[in-house]
Structure formats: C-alpha cells, structure tokens
Design a protein around this ligand. Structure first.
Ligand SMILES: *[C@@H]1O[C@H](CO)[C@@H](O)[C@H](O)[C@H]1NC(C)=O
Ligand SMILES: *[C@@H]1O[C@H](CO)[C@@H](O)[C@H](O)[C@H]1NC(C)=O
Length: 515
C-alpha cells in the first residue's frame, strides 16, 4: 500500500516537473465499444504523465488517478449503441448501411450522446479552452468541435481510416487498391468484387455528404456553432491509424498520417487473478483461450451454436478458458472453465496458452500476435471478416464461419492449428517484422502530438487535395477524347471535302471530254 502511494507521489512530482510545456488536450472517443476505447487508453495516460492536462470523454473510463487526468464518462451510450450492434448482427453489415432503421437508431444515438449533461457542460462552458483536440475519426458531428474550440485536431482511429479520413490527409483513396477495411476481400480481388467495392464506395461517399448536412444541424443545436462538418473533417491536422500491415493493405501515406500499429494498447504485464492463474498453471498440455470479444457476447449465441461449441470443446484433450458472460453454463464440460471477464493480454502471455479462439477483432488478433499465440477465428461483424481472411492467408491460423460451424470442422481446425508448428512460427515471424520499428508506437504518438502542439497544427504536412473528377482524370480524359474526336471529325470532313471536290472535278472533266 505504502509503495503504491509512494510511486503515485513520485509520479505526481515527475508530472509537476514536466509541466513547463504542458498543453490542455481534449480527447473524444464516442463509440461505445471497448476495442475503440482501449486502443488509446495507454496513450491518454502517458500524455498525462508527460505533464499534459488531459480531459477524456469516453464510454469506458479507466478510473486512473493522476492529478491532471480527468475522465468524463459517457458509459450510458452503451444503451443506444447496443441496439445498433443488434441490428447489424440481425441484418448483416452491408444491409444496414442504407437502411432506414439504422438511420433512426443512429439519430437516436447522436441525440442521446450530445444531449448528455456532462458533454454539454464542457461544450457550453464559455471559459473552457483546449490547445489540442483528439477526436475519433468516424462519420459524425464531433469534427465540429474543432470550430467550437478553435484549436488543431488530430483524428484517431483504432483501425485503418475511412476513405474520407484518408482523403482529408491527402492520401490516395483508390478503392480498387484500398477497399473499405470492412470488406472481406482485400487483395487480388475479382472483377465482380471490384464492381461491388467501387459502387459501394461511391454510394457511401455520396451518403456521407448528405449525412454531413444533417451533422451541421446537430452541431448547431448541441455545440452552438455554425459549421460545415465535412469541411472541418477536411481541416483535420493529423490522422492516427492502426494500419497493421498484417490486416490492412499497405498504402502510401502523406507525413500527416501516423501509423501506430505495433501494440500501443498493450499494458505492462500484471499478475493474473488467482483462480485463472491456477487453472492456466495446471494446463501443462496446453490451454485454449476462447473469447468472442466485447461486442458479441458468448452468452447470446444461438442455442444451436452454443451446443456445437460445447460438444466440440468436451472432445478436446486440452483445458479451455472461455470468456462467458453468465454465472453458469449448463452442460459445461469438465475441461472448460468459464470467466465473465479475463485480463486478455495477461492470459495470452501465459506460457501454457497455445491457441486463441477469437471473433477476430483487430486488437484481439494483435494481442495474440505479440504473445505468439496462433488463432482460430470465427468472425461475426465489422472488420472481423476481413481480418479473418488475412489470418488464414498469412498462415497465422484458420477461419470458420458461425453459419457453417459444426463439431467436425471446428474440432479439426483447433487440432490442426495446435499440432502444426508452422502456425506458431508464422505468428512469431510476423510479430517480429511488425514490432521492429525505430521508435515504439507510443514514442511516435507522443512525439507527433507534441509536434502538432509546437507548430499549432500540421496542415503543411498534408498532401494536395483535388476534386474527385480531377483525381480520376475525368477532365483530362474528357479533354483528350474530345480533342481526338475533333481531329478525327476534321480529317473525316476534309476527306469528304476533298472527295467531293475530286468528284466534281472528275465529273467536270468527264463533261469536258464528252463535250
Ligand atoms: C469552465 O471551464 C473552466 C476552464 O477549464 C473551468 O475552470 C471551470 O470550472 C468550468 N466551469 C464549469 C461550470 O464546468
Ligand atoms: C496476390 O497475387 C500475388 C501475385 O500473383 C500473390 O503473390 C499474392 O500472394 C496474392 N495475394 C493473396 C492474398 O492471395
């Protein structure tokens, strides 16, 4: 206990010494999903330790007690957000994009979040100021805060950025090479897939523009600013992405896009809870860790799927730790232990854990990767399907679909990944390739944040922006085609003219001869 207070005292002292060039930073991560939140939690903490005044609006407060670190919980957002997740699970990722039901739920969520008194208290406080905004770069009204506080803005995402985010930084947004990370196909895509990607991308961009108009109304109503939200998006100073080359297509970036892939969200190792440690220690023949993450609850799986899983697990000669969110699991086999919550990073670091069965969320996959644990992926939503494809194609594990999962293929996949050493070898190799960087992702993030603070923005690092019709050469091709057309027309008319002339000449000749 004393040690804890003493270290807190030292930390406070360190923060006070550091305070010289400290800035006041507002971070806003509105998405009610643990994976979106946890990716940057270590960074918020580190910024406070560096002496900055941090205010973090988050759905998952960490409860960190540092003197210059304040979390504003918007945990209530999980209520309306859950409805959206349920709709996605029910209707599928792509059907919901243009559906009116989704639209209603989206509106409900925005009204709810922006109207929260704790959000209003900050936004409406006339004497409130920030030197830097760090806002989750997802379609929505929060870009408008740049105008409200009149400071530089760094966009942050826990995955690769949306095309509109990349475009804002001047990065190429060529959808055939760099499809939305939500698409399950990423490389060497067929003509049919390219048609889907291009049409979807086009529709999404048009939709985004219309949505932007709506966001302007929200920004006025809730933030009290007259602003073009899409224009604010375009004025983002810097973009932080998690574009792990394993799971996203490698793409060129302007210097204003910083890739933080490589484990910035990893916490220092901690002792496991006693019951978990005992269970894992005993699994000398190997333990399987099974978790479907935070959006898909194992307890909400269909009875049929649950039965298949239970039967399969009961036939395995290994212990299984299953993150299952209920107190009891009827029919639980003897080799399975259930836990409502597990410190996933520490579980994966345990030497007896030999396989991770996961839904394929990117942070989960990265944690497995850096702990050298191969995977069996059962993707459900969002980017999971795309990630699952990559896991299989890079030989890090195998992928099964929840709709086609049966005892037979599930058991075979588990045994194959556990028994064939190539999976673990691939995982180790790729982890080493990604983590071999000149600075740790944390150092990189801090350095660039302070760069933006020092120079009050980073607009000069962004690429040139041109309208899409210029980007896709429509005007150039149009001009060339028109020129060629005019030349051909000219030549054709000339020939016609010459021909006519000759004809009239020859006919005249003929006439003369006849005469
Ligand atoms: C408004 O912001 C200022 C500056 O951060 C702060 O000192 C003050 O306590 C805030 N007022 C309210 C009512 O939150
Ligand atoms: C794409 O094609 C290239 C060249 O044919 C090949 O080397 C690569 O493995 C392919 N990628 C995938 C994901 O199939």
């Amino acid at each position: 206990m004393f040690l804890k207070y003493f270290s807190l005292f030292l930390l406070t002292l360190f923060i006070i010494i550091n305070k010289n060039d400290s800035a006041r930073i507002l971070a806003v991560i509105p998405t009610a999903s643990y994976s979106h939140q946890m990716f940057y939690q270590q960074l918020w903490r580190q910024l406070a330790i560096q002496g900055h005044d941090m205010v973090v609006i988050t759905t998952d407060p960490t409860g960190e007690t540092l003197p210059n670190f304040k979390e504003i919980s918007i945990r209530e957002s999980y209520g309306p957000f859950k409805k959206i997740i349920d709709l996605i699970l029910e209707q599928g990722m792509f059907n919901i994009f243009f559906s009116s039901e989704m639209d209603e739920l989206g509106k409900e969520l925005i009204h709810f979040q922006l109207g929260l008194p704790q959000v209003q208290q900050i936004v409406r406080n006339e004497s409130e100021y920030f030197d830097l905004l760090m806002v989750e770069h997802m379609p929505g009204p929060f870009y408008a805060l740049k105008k409200r506080f009149g400071c530089p803005m760094i966009g942050v995402v826990s995955l690769d950025g949306f095309p509109s985010s990349h475009e804002a930084m001047g990065n190429p947004v060529y959808s055939v090479l760099y499809p939305y990370s939500l698409f399950p196909y990423q490389e060497n895509i067929s003509l049919w897939e390219r048609i889907i990607v291009v049409v979807f991308n086009g529709l999404a961009r048009v939709f985004e523009q219309f949505d932007g108009l709506r966001m302007n109304v929200y920004a006025k109503d809730y933030f009290g600013v007259d602003v073009d939200v899409m224009e604010m998006l375009g004025e983002t100073d810097m973009l932080f992405v998690n574009a792990n080359p394993l799971f996203t297509v490698v793409r060129p970036h302007t210097p204003a896009t910083i890739n933080l892939a490589g484990g910035i969200h990893m916490k220092p190792p901690r002792e496991l809870p006693k019951d978990l440690k005992q269970f894992l220690d005993k699994g000398k023949d190997g333990v399987i860790y099974f978790s479907l993450g935070s959006n898909v609850k194992s307890k909400e799986l269909s009875m049929e799927l649950r039965e298949t899983i239970l039967t399969t697990l009961s036939q395995l000669p290994y212990k299984v730790l299953w993150k299952f969110e209920d107190d009891t699991l009827p029919g639980k086999p003897k080799n399975v232990m259930i836990t409502k919550w597990a410190p996933q990073q520490d579980v994966l670091r345990h030497p007896n854990v030999k396989l991770f069965i996961t839904q394929g969320g990117i942070q989960s996959l990265e944690e497995a990767l850096y702990s050298h644990v191969p995977m069996v992926v059962i993707p459900f939503l969002a980017d999971q399907e795309g990630n699952a494809v990559k896991v299989q194609s890079k030989g890090l594990g195998l992928t099964l679909h929840p709709t086609t999962l049966n005892t037979n293929n599930f058991k075979n996949a588990i045994l194959e990944v556990l028994k064939d050493p190539k999976y673990k070898a691939n995982v180790k190799l790729l982890a080493a390739q990604i983590q071999d960087q000149p600075m740790t992702p944390m150092e990189k993030a801090i350095w660039w944040i302070e760069y933006v603070l020092r120079h009050k923005g980073a607009q000069h690092l962004k690429g040139p922006k041109i309208p899409l019709y210029q980007y896709y050469y429509f005007d150039v091709l149009g001009a060339l085609v028109a020129t060629v057309f005019v030349i051909i027309l000219f030549i054709w008319l000339s020939f016609k003219g010459i021909a006519k002339c000759c004809r009239s000449l020859t006919s005249k000749d003929n006439k003369i001869k006849k005469d």
